[in-house]
Design a protein around this ligand. Structure first.
Ligand code: WT7
Length: 638
């Protein structure tokens, strides 16, 4: 199998790009024709960004798992679809060929049906990075249930919020998960979440850590027992549910600048086609290659470039249960050597964290199999880019810097490995179908090169967000109302003399901590729940490894806490309970008041400067209700 729509030269990129904007329906229609459809679509695209209303391949019928599994069985049934590398290097790895994956997904789809799951039901998946997680995701897609994967680092409270928002009646989890030296008691966290979610009918629990857990009669069942029932019944193939192109495939919750996380909804056909197209083109994937994306399937990167992109392309996807630094900082390099990885796709945070161990962990490791490197999730600083290029890629592997978001489903701006030029710290050029524009505060489009602005997108690509679950108005106000007729990304960008884009980071109140997206408002709400806290303001500050750290300014009742150290620990506990450990502030400063305007608005700009240590650049404070508070905060900086 080769890919007829794989771009092979810079000229081909230019002509594909030009065609994609001039004739989007012809362009995407041709690519879509290479997929397996149960019924051809009637209309390729219908859209407006006012409501917003975006529909791709309308009237088409398909099932994404038929495209990700069944259609590869004839030619590559015995090729590995998934290679699983466990947390502990001493445990055996597992390989699932396309045929084996087919059997497992069909079996588990039967389990879901046996447990009452129907098309359109929402299923929450809260698991560690085991093959069962990928199987669960695909089985949901096969039966037409809408999966909502929740990253294993979120707390019971966060899970309950998401279960309630999606009204998910089914949960798939594990007894526990291994991550580095830690065991995460997943089922016990689910049990806490379910106290607030009596509508949950069934919890299917797979065995991983053999941690003792509570199993509630009538509600909780073991994955392995349920599989045995299917075997006893002699059930094998599972006829895929025929889905409409626009039927929701999944919900993935993500943070914004206000309120609780939003359920981003992606639709079956457009998401499938765009993740496939970008996987094949960005990485220049060649059949038979081993693709190692180090993300967790709990994030969009794992959905798109561990599961759906690689499998829809008939590729081999390596999934890793552990973390880059356990048992030591050579874990990634051992995996690359052991499995002869060809494509390594990771986050700048991981690179910076490995950089801090120097090059010793790389010594003696054979990385010759590597052909392409990738980064995702946050801006990559030049130093990290060069370290990656020199020490991992040995100067011969193109690095793709892929910019995209949960809402975009797949990569929107990136170089194509070895085909279009790379430039350190630049995502570079838009993918076909993607029309980036920079706008100023007034919403005027900034033309020309060597300019900066807020990054917007002017026309829809197939995997654009369709709605925010249960609240379409929220989707409109968040993404389509800031600037007329444009999708606003929340990012700032610079366009250089060649038209290459460099993403400069969020311009809204969203933080990017170790590539994890966290809303400042969410962290503030969590801190404010702590008994001693009156109010708080959270901002980001530059962090050597995490990219951004979290700095919290906290007003405590009675001015300062009696035991500041203990109160800090207590606040961290509260944040861990309410959101999860990933949202814990790195720094907490107790202050007597926050800098506010006369209308009561917190001047975050000032707090950001203080957190960044740019005390001389605070600027005008005369509009503040109490300018004196700024001096106090500056003096008390932690
Ligand atoms: C935000 C989206 C993309 C999937 C993982 C994160 C930042 C993402 C890059 C990049 C600079 C990047 C942006 C974006 N971001 N990729 N290559 N260069 N910044 O998905 O959690 O939805 O976060 O991550 O700020 O808006 P996400």
């Amino acid at each position: 199998m080769s890919y007829p729509y794989q771009i092979k030269s810079f000229e081909e990129y230019q002509s594909a790009y030009a065609k994609s904007l001039a004739q989007p329906t012809e362009f995407w229609g041709e690519i879509a024709s290479y997929f397996t459809w149960r019924k051809h679509w009637e209309m390729t695209l219908d859209w407006n960004f006012v409501e917003p209303h975006v529909r791709w391949f309308m009237g088409g019928k398909l099932n994404i798992t038929e495209n990700c599994i069944d259609r590869h069985l004839k030619d590559r049934g015995n090729q590995p679809a998934l290679i699983w590398e466990p947390n502990d290097p001493d445990e055996a790895h597992r390989v699932l060929t396309y045929k084996q994956l087919y059997d497992k997904v069909c079996q588990f789809a039967h389990v879901l049906r046996n447990n009452g799951v129907k098309k359109g039901d929402r299923i929450c998946i809260y698991m560690g990075m085991t093959p069962e997680l990928a199987i669960a995701v695909l089985a949901c897609a096969r039966i037409g249930a809408i999966h909502s994967v929740i990253f294993g680092g979120f707390s019971a409270q966060s899970i309950a919020d998401r279960l309630q928002d999606a009204h998910a009646e089914f949960i798939i989890t594990s007894d526990g998960a291994y991550r580095g030296g830690k065991d995460i008691p997943l089922k016990s966290i689910i049990d806490d979440a379910l106290i607030a979610c009596p509508f949950v009918k069934r919890v299917i629990v797979s065995t991983r850590t053999r941690t003792p857990i509570s199993m509630i009669k009538g509600r909780d069942v073991w994955w392995e027992d349920e599989i045995k029932k299917i075997e006893t019944l002699g059930l094998h193939d599972f006829e895929p549910e025929i889905m409409d192109s626009e039927d929701p495939l999944f919900i993935l919750y993500t943070s914004g600048s206000t309120g609780k996380p939003k359920g981003v909804v992606h639709a079956c056909a457009g998401y499938m086609i765009y993740t496939n197209y970008t996987f094949i083109n960005v990485f220049q994937y060649q059949p038979g290659e081993i693709h190692f994306c180090t993300a967790d399937i709990g994030w969009i990167t794992g959905h798109s470039y561990i599961v759906y992109g690689p499998l829809s392309a008939g590729g081999t996807s390596l999934m890793f249960e552990g973390i880059p630094t356990w048992p030591d900082a050579s874990r990634f390099w051992d995996i690359v050597e052991k499995h002869k990885v060809n494509i390594l796709y990771t986050a700048p945070t991981a690179i910076r964290s490995l950089m801090s161990f120097g090059t010793a962990p790389l010594e003696g490791k054979n990385l010759d199999s590597l052909r392409v490197l990738g980064t995702v999730g946050e801006p990559i600083n030049e130093e990290a880019w060069h370290w990656y290029n020199t020490n991992v890629g040995k100067g011969k592997c193109p690095i793709v810097d892929t910019w995209w978001q949960t809402e975009t489903g797949g990569t929107l701006i990136s170089n194509l490995a070895g085909i279009t030029p790379a430039k350190a710290s630049y995502a570079t050029l838009p993918m076909p179908g993607v029309e980036p524009v920079l706008v100023d505060e007034k919403g005027e489009i900034i033309t020309g090169n060597n300019v900066s602005g807020n990054l917007c997108l002017r026309s829809p690509w197939p995997s654009i967000i369709r709605t925010t679950y249960g609240d379409h108005e929220r989707c409109r106000t968040n993404y389509f109302a800031t600037y007329h007729n444009m999708y606003f990304t929340g990012d700032g960008a610079y366009r250089d003399e060649n038209g290459f884009y460099r993403i400069t980071g969020r311009v809204d109140d969203v933080l990017n901590v170790s590539g994890h997206r966290i809303g400042t408002a969410e962290v503030e709400n969590a801190i404010n729940m702590h008994a001693g806290v009156i109010e708080s303001a959270v901002v980001g500050f530059p962090h050597d490894v995490k990219g951004q750290g979290i700095y919290a300014f906290v007003v405590y009742s009675g001015d300062t806490p009696a035991d500041a150290h203990l109160s800090r620990q207590d606040i961290l506990q509260t944040v861990t309970r309410v959101i999860g450990a990933i949202a814990k502030p790195d720094k907490i400063q107790f202050v007597s008041g926050l800098p506010k305007t006369r209308s009561g608005k917190i001047m975050r700009r000032i707090l950001r400067k203080i957190a960044e240590g740019e005390l001389e650049q605070i600027g005008d404070t005369t509009t503040l209700l109490d300018p004196g508070v700024v001096e106090e905060i500056k003096a008390g900086r932690v």
